[in-house]
Design a protein around this ligand. Sequence first.
Ligand code: NDP
Length: 329
Amino acid sequence: MFKGILITNGDSGYNAQLRGIDETVLPEGDVSVGVEWSTLNYKDALAITGKSPVVRRFPMVPGIDLAGTVLESTNPAWKNGDRVMLNGWGVGETHCGGLAEMARVKGEWLMPLPKYFSARQAMAVGTAGYTAMLCVLALEKHGIAPDDGDILVTGANGGVGSIAIMLLAKLGYRVVASTGRSAEADHLKALGAVDVIDRSALATPGKPLGKERWAGVIDTVGSHTLTNACATTQYRGAVAACGLAGGMDFPATVAPFILRGITLYGVDSVMAPLELRLEAWDRLGRDLDIAKLDSITREIRLSDAIATAAELLKGKVRGRIVVGINNNA
Ligand code: NDP
């Protein structure tokens, strides 16, 4: 038996509970990992609360990220004692995940813990930070340089948004942060934003084309926010869309694409190929300011994760949450 959060969906309804879990619950996999740190991402909060159908198999251990030590392996790539990390691959959705003392996974999903980070720091980055870097890479590969103009980051106080601001600012871009929490404007400026706008300016239906404002956009919100971001992106600019915190719809016209030649990049972290993951994590190691990362990281215990998931969906969490799996303090 080991301790973890287990989600069930039986006669008594959808339920997430911290409890003892029998090893037989764990799916097949060639590597067992002793989990030391995990995180709470937006998707984990959806899974724990059941607010969206993130979990596809029951019973399920949530947690799309994990970091820890290999306990047992029949995969030649890994041996007992290796320090490893995992982001995505359906873990916490279709395969038991990281919010428990133990996980059994496919060896090909694991990555060595990046040399730049402790296990706790790697989870402070987590899927949110790795996705922020995938968005930055998409804009860079499009050819957007700091001199090209402002970069808009939406959902700025969230995990992806906060880390995107930090990364872009460090790389020399001028970042404009869009947030519903204008009281946090000074905090966002301390992370590197040069300007902060209220998210209501982007949240309602706008014109097919607006004034050209952004060289690039990282959008975590979706819906009208993404539509308006595209409509105000400058000629041949690019938008990296990764989130749906404001809605899954995309009520857009083709005008920005066919009249301004803008490009919309879809960013997926879950099934991203290993080569891209390694590139993103290497860049995170070089371009992320660890002191700033620490300043946006809140540590909780596994026993706090269910309550904190509800808080996160209410937009009350700022930055990143790390979960100390064996932390009883
Ligand atoms: P967080 O909950 O940490 O942040 C989301 C932020 O979005 C909030 O802090 C808030 O920022 C803003 N927000 C919340 N509700 C609304 C709303 N109704 N309208 C407009 N803005 C809102 O989540 P993450 O940063 O972890 O994830 C952000 C999004 O990216 C999620 O949709 C998530 O599912 C997605 N994601 C996608 C990945 C992929 O692979 N494509 C990977 C990781 C995340 P503020 O208070 O500043 O307005």
